[in-house]
Design a protein around this ligand. Structure first.
Ligand code: PGA
Length: 258
């Protein structure tokens, strides 16, 4: 298995945290560490909308570092007060967008169908979706996590032709591990990541499945990142809380597979 051929990605999800000044300082501190990335490694900062342009200019010269939006609207444009379109993101040079984070599914009632539309509109605007999936604790307790995640992938991604699916980054985030300090064990993470890759292989073939990066999210910390990332089918992480502390996120970047 050529896992090192896949992009290994540390993605920071700031969520609704930090002021502009704090965000700028955090990026400065991380860049001061001068971590040089191998060609297969990548770092992505998903920052709040008002900070996108600042963050873009901060990463301008840093090879392998990119900026993402945390969400976009599924429609092209129009009378949707307060919303941000994929075309707007494209017009300021944004190349990545988180789609379907569990917090958006839960608090803003995003459905698999709506997320299929968000994936489409991102791809139409040359934006790579970082597509989130993952089960709640009640589903894991019934041991139905595989079927649940499979349905999320089928209903939001599997309409895509192969060339588009290749562009998607998947993030598996068990909801019971997000912000709780409780991580999936490496065995639970590896099992699900392997399962996700097997469903991708069933639909698109092994070569495509081997090429798609599948990140793990849910209480990734400086102290556990290396262990989680060492799983053969885990290609880095989507990191919330620990991405807000420069030294922690620096350690997490350094934990990416070499
Ligand atoms: P966490 O969040 O690292 O704080 O658990 C992860 C996420 O929600 O993306």
């Amino acid at each position: 298995m050529k896992s090192t051929m896949r992009k290994q990605i540390a993605a920071a999800n700031w969520k609704m945290n930090l002021t502009y000044q704090q965000g700028e300082k955090l990026l400065d501190e991380i860049f001061h560490a001068r971590i040089s990335l191998a060609p297969h490694q990548q770092v992505i900062f998903a920052v709040p909308f008002p900070y996108l342009i600042m963050a873009k200019s901060e990463v301008a010269d840093e090879t392998g570092y990119n900026i993402a939006a945390q969400n976009c609207n599924e429609k092209q444009s129009g009378a949707y007060t307060g919303e941000v379109s994929a075309e707007m993101l494209k017009s300021i040079g944004i190349k990545y967008c988180i789609v379907g984070h569990s917090e958006r599914r839960e608090y803003y009632l995003e459905t698999n169908k709506m997320l299929a539309d968000k994936v489409n509109i991102c791809l139409q605007n040359n934006i790579t979706p970082i597509f989130c999936c993952g089960e709640a604790l009640s589903i894991r307790e019934k041991n139905q996590q595989n079927e649940f995640v499979q349905q999320q992938l089928e209903e939001s991604l599997f309409h895509l032709p192969e060339e588009n699916l290749r562009q998607v980054i998947i993030a598996y985030e068990p909801i019971w591990a997000i912000g709780t300090g409780r991580t999936a064990s490496t065995q639970q993470a590896q099992e699900m990541h392997q399962y996700i890759r097997s469903i991708l292989a069933g639909k698109y073939g092994q070569e495509v499945a081997d090429q798609v990066s599948v990140l793990y999210g849910g209480s990734v910390k400086a102290g556990n990142a290396a262990e989680i990332f060492s799983c053969p089918d885990v290609d880095g992480g989507l990191v919330g809380g620990a991405s807000l502390v420069a030294q922690d996120f620096i350690q997490i970047i350094k934990a990416l597979k070499q």
